[in-house]
Design a protein around this ligand. Structure first.
Ligand code: FES
Length: 902
């Protein structure tokens, strides 16, 4: 058939059943993204004869004779389309994976549709931004500021990748053609287990192997026996070794059973269906408390070297820590309050699914191109797993389409590497959205019992926490999430007597993992809800209770585990955060929405150490090139967190140039020796500090060389307008090349950062509908490197947390299978679901962070659910102690008449 794509005549022969999206991507139009296969996310939106369509739902053959426009063809004669320019000016993107589809939809809107964006954009999902920046783009509101040499730090500079993102030229992992070293690219599909707990007795793959086009079928007999953790950490001993590439024991529905490598995805999928597996079914356990009980089925009968705390009780890790005496604190209290809280299983739902492409390069090295937050640690893990020297493995990460912690795992790279070794072919594996939901990772569901002892005046005398964390079938990040989750939620409060008891427990459910907040969102929901309950019981304003008890500089910053503790007050802005949200929440008065609507307000506070504990290393190299520009190489990956912009700002500010003078290359294990990866805000706080040091070192070299040339001293030299002014001389930067410097930072000591969230909500008395009238968030981010970007991180984090608080729930059925593995069934926030969040920044300068900055992309998530619960209580008198807060459950609990005292 013939069609016109972006003005070019194309002859194509679509396969039976092929969708337009796949055809366009095969033709090289990689701006058309794959986020789902169900028309839910809109990342694949293109125009067919001027009309936007979800190309994953559009049969390719129907495009016969049509004019198809993708994001790559939207520009007008080389100039950006006005909507592309608007997204650039407003920075209406973060990871950018949704952006092409979003721009295509927005570009087709008429004026009436633009006035109703919740309706007009309902078919396009964004997991990163919280939609405010997208709305601003459509409304033509610009946010980017001009770059000023040497003064870019603290300004809203645009992301360097912006032009590539809005034109569809930004390349993500799967956006490569099968040519060059990838010629002959083979495709992998995974056969997944239908049982929650079983032993594989036999696998008959003869029929699959006989299918034309099948290259190899891999089973546990082909895989290395070594145990490892899919979780990536600087210290591999932080996680338990309980995972195999292909394991003969199945521990959750959806676990890998076998892999097929074939000439096409369709053949690989068909071959998976031909594999016959005989299982011995084993008893399964889905509840973590039952799993710890005597007689429960044991999931991992592993040796002590695996570091599982108590394999016979299915306990991956446990934590028992006490400061002072909880019992004494409770004995001295006027009020003792205890309540249990629960959080559900939620998913990262980044629009780009997990995937990797592997091959051998010309020197025979294993190369893995992958969507990862930890390319260096993935390299190390692959080298260890396959017995290779580290320099024989290269891991390359281009732009990552969202991570949120979900890509701090090695979920695909290990089996792609195995397939490369077994077949000698380049091999690609890309998760479907259903696999992403059912077989990747999710947030640890937790039950948290909080005990609070307080004096009548609100002074805390005791704080206790009992945590049970469901780590699922494997222990990846299980210990770390437990330890981290049990820490800052209590450290926030000055109290002489604290105790934590926690367990991370195996169950036959899909594995949990790292997710924005890393355990804190669950425990903070519990503690901040409990604080609100205590405040109401004592008749004290919730803000006043916080002010009476929160830590201030000079207080002890202790942890409850036995790790060396290196946290200090590099700055402190919690007081400002409390003031900002309180003032904004008070004013104006609550609206009167009629007798059916109950209006309430609530708040919650949170704290986070600016660097996760136990080891983070960032390395940067910066060179002055013969062209007079600076080439900065950093290990940390860009997945929408804005790291690239931040590093450019730091280097440019130190060197006295503009961001445009810095060329950044990143996240390739060939670029620098090591980088631990993107955890929390380590890209800014750790890797950013490495960049600052590298830039400072290079500046010193530069001025010294200029001073020597000019016969002056460095104190009389400065960088200005592409030159070094050295005394009376003006030396072009290019004349001083080459120069190179390295920087290294380990993120220790660590500082503290704070967030305060406020909500005003209206709850419908008869339906339980919850409307978010106002969302207010104050953040103590130190010197804000890039206000536009930081605000976007906060808005996006709040939006994700609203989804988790109100409706997101990855459901596991009675047999252990994920019941809603689609965007439609799971429901992440759409444009219509997210209120604008008013963001306030505390005015602080952190003495430990680079140029005064500290972290702020992970933590805004954490206080959202309790602030909502507290606002709902204020409105209705109903205390919700389990997320998500569903209207159909809430309405039944609301008293028929307004509560007397709320
Ligand atoms: Fe929208 Fe990442 S920017 S999904």
């Amino acid at each position: 058939m013939n069609l016109v794509v972006n003005g070019r005549e194309v002859a194509a022969a679509p396969r039976p059943g092929q969708c337009l999206r796949t055809l366009l991507r095969e033709l090289g139009w990689f701006g058309v993204k794959k986020g789902c296969d169900a028309g839910d996310c809109g990342a694949c939106t293109v125009h067919v004869d001027g009309r936007p369509v979800h190309s994953c739902l559009y049969p390719a053959f129907r495009a016969e004779g049509a004019r198809v426009t993708t994001i790559e063809g939207l520009d007008e004669g080389g100039a950006l389309h006005p909507m592309q320019q608007a997204f650039l000016d407003a920075q209406g993107y973060q990871c950018g994976f949704c952006t092409a589809g979003m721009v295509m939809t927005a570009a087709a809107l008429d004026q009436a549709q633009r006035r109703d964006l919740p309706q007009a954009l309902k078919g396009n999902l964004c997991r990163c931004t919280g939609y405010r920046a997208i709305a601003d783009a459509v409304d033509g509101i610009a946010h980017v500021e001009a770059d000023i040499a040497g003064a870019g730090f603290g300004r809203s500079l645009p992301a360097p990748a912006g032009p590539a993102v809005v034109t569809g030229r930004a390349r993500y992992t799967m956006d490569v053609a099968p040519e060059g070293e990838l010629a002959g690219l083979a495709h992998m599909k995974i056969l997944r287990a239908p049982h929650a707990h079983a032993r594989i007795v036999a696998i008959d793959a003869a029929a699959a192997r006989a299918l034309p086009g099948v290259i190899a079928v891999l089973t546990h007999e082909d895989a290395p026996a070594a145990l490892f953790s899919t979780a990536r950490h600087h210290h591999v001993t932080d996680d338990v070794d309980d995972t195999s590439v292909l394991d003969p024991v199945i521990r959750h529905v959806g676990q890998r059973v076998a892999a097929v490598v074939a000439e096409s995805e369709a053949v690989a999928e068909a071959a998976c269906a031909l594999i016959r597996v005989e299982y011995e079914l084993l008893p399964a356990v889905f509840d973590p408390v039952e799993s710890m009980a005597p007689g429960a089925p044991v999931l991992h009968d592993k040796p002590a070297a695996s570091r599982i705390a108590n394999p016979t009780r299915n306990i991956v890790a446990e934590l028992h820590g006490e400061i002072g005496s909880l019992a004494d604190g409770l004995a001295g209290a006027d009020l003792v309050f205890t309540a249990g809280y629960a959080t559900q299983r939620v998913q990262h739902a980044h629009l780009e699914t997990h995937g990797a492409i592997g091959w051998r390069d010309a020197e025979g090295r294993l190369v893995i191109r992958t969507s990862s937050q930890t390319p260096f640690l993935t390299r190390d893990a692959l080298a260890s797993l396959y017995g290779l020297p580290r320099d024989q493995v290269r891991v390359v990460t281009e732009r990552v389409g969202g991570g949120f912690g979900g890509k701090q795992e090695m979920l695909v790279e290990d089996i792609v590497a195995l397939a490369v070794f077994k077949t000698g072919r380049p091999v690609k594996l890309e998760y479907t959205r259903a696999e992403q939901f059912a077989a990747s990772t999710c947030r640890h569901p937790m039950t948290v019992e909080v005990t609070v002892g307080a004096k009548r005046d609100g002074t805390l005398t005791a704080l206790g926490l009992k945590v049970v964390s469901n780590t699922g079938a494997y222990g990846n990040h299980g210990p770390g999430v437990l330890f981290h989750g049990a820490n800052e939620c209590l450290t926030l409060y000055r109290c002489a007597n604290k105790r934590v008891d926690g367990y991370a427990v195996y169950t036959n459910t899909p594995p949990s993992g790292a997710f924005r907040g890393y355990g804190l969102s669950q425990t903070i929901f519990a503690v901040e809800s409990a604080m609100d309950e205590v405040a109401h019981r004592l008749g004290i304003d919730p803000f006043a209770l916080r002010r009476r008890n929160v830590i201030v500089p000079g207080d002890a910053l202790l942890a409850y585990d036995d790790h060396p503790h290196d946290v200090e007050f590099g700055s402190y802005g919690l007081d400002q955060c409390l003031d900002s949200v309180e003032a904004a929440l008070k004013d104006p008065p609550k609206p009167d929405m009629g007798p059916d609507w109950l209006v309430g307000r609530g708040m919650a506070a949170s704290m986070i150490d600016t660097v996760p504990p136990r080891g983070h290393v960032g390395m940067s190299r910066i060179a002055l090139t013969a062209e007079g520009r600076f080439e900065l190489r950093v290990g940390t990956a860009e997945f929408g967190n804005g790291t690239t912009t931040v590093h450019g700002q730091i280097a440019a500010t130190v060197l006295g140039v503009t961001g445009a003078d810095i060329v950044i290359r990143q996240s390739d294990t060939d670029h620098v020796a090591h980088d631990t990866g993107a955890y929390g805000s380590t890209g800014t706080v750790v890797a950013g500090e490495a960049t600052r040091r590298a830039a400072q070192e290079l500046l010193g070299q530069l001025l010294a060389r200029a001073a020597a040339r000019a016969g002056t001293v460095t104190d009389h030299c400065r960088v200005e307008g592409g030159h070094v002014v050295a005394g009376a001389a003006r030396i072009p930067l290019a004349d001083l090349a080459p120069l190179e410097a390295e920087g290294r930072a380990d993120g220790s000591p660590r500082s503290v950062a704070f967030n305060v969230q406020g909500f005003e909500v209206a709850v419908h008395r008869r339906s339980g509908e919850i409307r978010l009238l106002r969302s207010l968030h104050a953040a103590d981010a130190g010197t804000v490197v890039n206000p536009m970007q930081c605000r976007g991180q906060i808005e996006g984090g709040v939006a994700q947390a609203i989804g988790a608080a109100l409706y997101e729930h990855l459901l596991v059925d009675a047999a252990g299978a994920v019941a809603n593995p689609t965007f439609r069934g799971y429901h992440i926030p759409t444009f219509a679901d997210v209120p604008r969040t008013e963001v306030f920044f505390a005015d602080t300068y952190d003495t430990l962070g680079p140029l005064g900055a500290k972290s702020m992309s992970e933590s805004p998530y954490n206080p959202v659910a309790p602030a909502l619960a507290n606002a709902i209580f204020d409105a209705t008198g109903v205390r919700l102690r389990a997320t998500p807060f569903k209207a159909d459950e809430l309405y039944a609990l609301i008293p028929a008449e307004p509560a007397e005292t709320i």
